[in-house]
Design a protein around this ligand. Structure first.
Ligand SMILES: [Mg+2]
Length: 310
């Protein structure tokens, strides 16, 4: 930078500094410092372990009517190449059954999957099941119902665009659900899949405001659904009717953020994976889910042992 410009800049900086007294500058500095600390705190969900976990299990042990919201893919099960292959493992089914056996616990599986998948895997349980991000639910009596009068006109243009990309991308496929369309690229070569997914997202974006749609960028899937359906609203509906005294909500992707946001004041919210999140806590990865649920079950058993004197 030329010497002359340096001098000019310095002059105006000095003028600004001199304009205010020292207490003004100190105040400004500390205000900004506090602001940054507040921001950091808001973004920093804490890892669910040690004393933090103990605090939560203590709270759980004291409660009498618990509602546990659990996402399915990426939370209860890991990702598989074939969406249909992602059935729950025996260990997951066992820990869920053990939890549900305590009359104080009510499990709710909340997923973007078609309700038929949830029915296939959990149809013989008394869990509350929510499919397609809230479009379908068996709450409260085990009877499946979908939300009436949801718009579907948006599907035609979205399907047309998705089909064009499917034709150009070997291995990609479209999954049609009642109120959403998903473009899967789990089986596409990684580089090509990512590139096409980006192009598809760009191509779809202009349709979103026109039809009131939401674009979800998941793990090897791009999904378009109507805005009015989301896991947050679906979870709140159940909470309002069920009136639990302890709520636990766990999930791994962007659709679970709606749930974390809606339940934030009343629930223990847990993100699977250490990403930016609205959840209060996080665990490292999907493999840790089973361990966490097992710990919750153990705490529940301890409590049962104490109350029965065993
Ligand atoms: Mg998930």
């Amino acid at each position: 930078m030329p010497r002359r410009e340096q001098q000019q800049r310095m002059k105006s900086n000095v003028a600004l500094v001199k304009k205010f007294n020292i207490s003004h500058w100190v105040k400004l500095f500390f205000n900004r410092l506090h602001e940054i600390k507040r921001e950091q705190k808001a973004h920093a969900s804490r890892k669910l372990q040690g004393a933090t976990l103990k605090k939560i299990t203590d709270k759980l042990a004291q409660s009498k009517r618990r509602l546990l919201f659990l996402d399915y893919d990426g939370t209860l099960v890991g990702f598989k190449k074939e969406a249909n292959a992602a059935r729950p493992t025996a260990a997951v089914l066992q820990v869920l059954a053990d939890l549900q056996r305590d009359p104080a616990n009510q499990i709710t599986i909340i997923s973007g999957r078609p309700h038929t998948d949830l029915r296939k895997w959990f149809g013989d349980t008394d869990y509350f099941l929510i499919g397609e991000h809230g479009a379908w639910s068996n709450f409260p009596d085990g009877q499946w119902r979908d939300k009436p009068d949801m718009p579907t006109a948006w599907k035609t243009p979205v399907r047309r665009i998705m089909s064009k990309f499917t034709d150009r991308t070997p291995g990609a496929n479209i999954e049609e659900k009642n109120y959403s369309l998903a473009w899967h690229y789990r089986k596409v070569h990684t580089g090509l899949g990512l590139m096409r997914a980006q192009e598809l997202a760009d191509a779809l974006r202009y349709l979103l405001p026109q039809y009131g749609l939401q674009l979800l960028l998941g793990d090897k899937v791009i999904e378009v659904k109507i805005n009015v359906l989301n896991k947050g609203k679906a979870a709140l509906e159940i909470v309002e009717q069920y009136k639990p005294d302890f709520i636990f909500a766990m999930g791994d992707d962007s659709t679970d953020e709606d749930m974390f946001f809606e339940l934030q004041d009343s629930a223990v919210t847990v993100k699977v994976g250490n990403k930016q999140t609205q959840a209060q806590y996080y665990i490292e990865n999907q493999e840790d889910v089973l361990e966490l649920l097992t710990q919750l079950r153990t705490e529940q058993n301890k409590k049962t042992d104490v109350s029965t004197g065993l």
